[in-house]
Design a protein around this ligand. Structure first.
Ligand code: ADP
Ligand code: MG
Length: 698
């Protein structure tokens, strides 16, 4: 029944079925049943017009339209006003779109229930595009105290699938399937955690019988959602741990020692600890899958290098994959520095590596004379084959999907050890959820002697002051980044921003006194490198760039990071950008430029940046403000998941709780074969039968 095609539900049919699928991804009864309201409104209360005020939330009125008026404004723009009265006063119902439909549907003198949010326009209260319904319709939704509001789209509304109609569908569905719903959690869990039975929960989430019942329903459904997610993830992990074999690297030899001895500084305690953790993994005989989190500049690359040298000491090759060419180049150069005078042979492979060089690299990889390969996703190409790849490092991992990683894994018969590095730290349980079965290491300490970066927030009208400051810094011999946002959907517009910015910078900082370089995403790699190198070598004073420089570049002499339209960046991104400065001995600055008018949330974000340099704090706040949406979408976890109710940022306690519970359940009953866990095993299979199984690789 639940698997029935949605078109067979009363009130749907072939055409609407198609629309439901296109707009909301609903193709079966079950899909609709699990499409939950995102908000609820109290439909028991009617306001009177005389008591309305602009700060009220959505409200409901009962009354009649007394007259209509069409107002033209601008070129060919019209708005349609219905004057609505309930005896205590008159309010305007305003429509800008679908005027024809409104004119046909609404009649004066008929009683309606209208629903909308009061706003003020021309110093009068309005309801813009309210829902208007006749008080009695033939099929009423099931009675409830709160009424669910479902996410909707214009297409849905234009095809007779607005809120009311959607509720009616949910009613028809509930009537058809609710008494056939079978429980999906074992009885012992329901009892132990006092959870609402599934049938009741599904009923109350669509048709809440009280605020309390609604809350219990939401809790039960979230609990289930997270428990199954964790069970799924842990089973993938366990399966891998049972079946995987990993290289054993138990020698620490000359390659490691030579580099270690020559380091111009001591490792931080955190770096030492992480290397120890990784060495522990390398000794178990299981394949390592470890996530290394550490703030920008915390020295992750060096940790990775030292581990790759251990691989080399044991006769294995390593590679490190970076998300951009510039970053790969920089890794290569700094690694070459650390390796100077050693017998370790490292190579660089990117999209712009010449054919001849490329062929030479391929050969050295195959005969084993190349120990370390550094590159971009050019490394994934089939032509790249290793003699014995033992250790893989992926830098700034959120840019690579799990499929891309899978292709690296398979470059060896026996999978190499994997170290994934990220400078976007997130809480541990969340990391384990988003990145599946990875173990997590943290570098929570910066190398000593770093001066904290001073961050200030200016608005556009203070630009001259900022230019003045930039000139002082350049006079003192420093270099400056000026960064513009790049948002995929409007690359053209951003490009214009960048060009305008570049122009105004070159006007304020003219040749020959000042040299300005420019880098953006649409440039050919060759030009990009050329411009970047001018800056790296100190030939250019200012680097105007889009956020392509977000990850990794290292120019210790750069002390000022100016971020234009800072309000358009996420917190973590701002923090990453800021991490480009403060790498040398001089005091560094980050200047956030924004417009004058900012939302409260944006103001908060800027304030937080000014207040703290702590990446964990910032990532945590970013998660609270934006949610983990992006991260979830990239499917790093090894099993695809889509959460309907849970907000990974807000429900972190429940996430932690269900993680522990899932661990306990699987500890006692690893294959869920116990009679008590029959429902868990069955439901888990149902949930994951469609998703690809990456357990072999992650
Ligand atoms: P991350 O990749 O974590 O952002 P990097 O590995 O690029 O950081 O390190 C930033 C800089 O700090 C590099 O120039 C690196 O050589 C230096 N560095 C790394 N570890 C130490 C340390 N223990 N003491 C001093 N400097 C260090
Ligand atoms: Mg780095």
């Amino acid at each position: 029944m639940l698997n029935n095609d949605i078109k067979y539900l009363t009130g749907v049919g072939a055409k609407r079925a198609e629309i439901l699928f296109k707009e909301l991804g609903i193709s079966t009864f079950e899909d609709l049943l699990y499409t939950f309201p995102f908000r609820y409104i109290d439909r028991t209360k009617f306001y009177s017009i005389s008591e309305l005020a602009p700060d009220l939330p959505y409200i409901q009125l009962r009354g009649k339209i007394i007259r209509f008026q069409e107002v033209s404004y601008g070129k060919r723009q019209k708005r349609y006003i219905a004057y609505f009265s309930d005896g205590t006063g008159v309010i305007e119902l305003v429509f800008f779109q679908g005027l024809k439909w409104v004119q046909e549907k609404l009649k004066a003198g008929v009683e309606y229930i209208v629903f909308g949010k009061p706003t003020v326009f021309n110093r009068k209260l309005n309801l813009v595009h309210p829902e208007v319904d006749a008080p009695q319709t033939d099929s009423q939704p099931l009675p409830s105290v709160l009424q669910g509001v479902y996410s909707s789209t214009e297409v849905l509304q234009n095809n007779g699938l607005g809120q009311r109609a959607f509720l009616r569908l949910q009613t028809n569905l509930a009537n058809a399937v609710l008494d056939k719903i079978t429980e999906t959690l074992p009885g012992y869990l329901l009892r132990q955690y006092n959870l609402m039975p599934l049938r009741e929960a599904l009923f109350n989430i669509h048709f809440p019988q009280s605020a309390e019942r609604l809350q219990q329903a939401q809790y039960r459904l979230k609990f289930e959602e997270l428990l199954y997610l964790q069970l799924g993830l842990l089973r993938v992990r366990n399966k891998r741990k049972e079946t995987s074999r990993g290289f054993i690297f138990n020698t620490v030899g000359e390659h490691f020692n030579a580099c270690y001895r020559r380091l111009p500084f001591a490792l931080t305690d955190a770096q030492k600890r992480v290397i120890k953790e990784i060495r522990g993994d390398m000794a178990t005989g299981k394949q390592m899958n470890r996530l290394l989190q550490g703030d920008v500049g915390s020295g992750k690359t060096l940790v990775a290098l030292l581990c790759m040298l251990i691989a080399a000491d044991n006769g294995y090759q390593s590679c490190i994959m970076a998300p951009t060419e510039i970053l790969a180049q920089q890794h290569f150069e700094s690694i070459q520095d650390f390796l100077r005078g050693s017998a370790v042979n490292a190579g660089l492979l990117t999209g712009s590596t010449k054919k001849k060089e490329r062929r030479a690299l391929h050969e050295q990889l195959l005969d084993g004379s190349l120990h370390l390969l550094i590159g971009t996703h050019a490394l994934i190409e089939d032509a790249v084959r290793f003699k014995n790849l033992g250790f893989v490092v992926i830098d700034e991992q959120h840019r690579f999907g799990v499929e891309q990683r899978a292709r690296l894994w398979s470059k060896n018969e026996q999978p190499p050890h994997i170290l994934v590095m990220t400078a976007t730290p997130i809480p541990r349980t969340l990391a384990m959820t988003l990145y599946g079965d990875l173990d997590v290491s943290v570098i929570d300490e910066l190398p000593p002697g770093r001066q904290p970066i001073k961050t200030v927030h200016f608005n556009d009208s203070q630009r001259l002051r900022v230019f003045g400051f930039m000139k002082e810094q350049i006079k003192a011999g420093r270099q400056i980044y000026v960064v513009y946002p790049l948002i995929k959907e409007s690359e053209k517009m951003d490009f214009k921003n960048l060009e305008d910015g570049y122009e105004s910078i070159t006007r304020a900082f003219p040749l020959p006194e000042y040299v300005t370089a420019i880098v953006h995403g649409q440039m050919p790699a060759e030009n990009k490198n050329f411009e970047m190198q001018r800056f790296v070598k100190g030939e250019a004073h200012i680097m105007v760039a889009t956020s392509v420089i977000e990850v990794g570049v290292n120019v210790p002499n750069a002390t000022v990071m100016v971020i234009e339209s800072a309000e358009r960046f996420g917190l973590s991104q701002l923090h990453q950008l800021r991490g480009r400065v403060g790498r040398g001995a001089e005091q560094s600055y980050c200047i956030l430029m924004t417009g004058h008018k900012l939302s409260t949330e944006t103001r908060k974000r800027m304030q937080l940046m000014v207040e703290t340099n702590n990446g964990f704090k910032i990532a945590e706040a970013d998660l609270q403000l934006r949610g983990p949406g992006d991260l979830e979408g990239t499917q790093q976890s090894g099993i695809a998941f889509h959460l309907r109710l849970t907000d990974l940022a807000k429900d972190s306690n429940l996430l932690e709780f269900t993680r522990n519970l899932a661990e306990k359940i699987l500890e006692k009953d690893p294959h869920l074969s116990h009679e008590n866990n029959e429902r868990l095993a069955g439901r888990l299979k149902q949930l994951h039968h469609k998703t690809k199984d990456y357990s072999v690789i992650s």
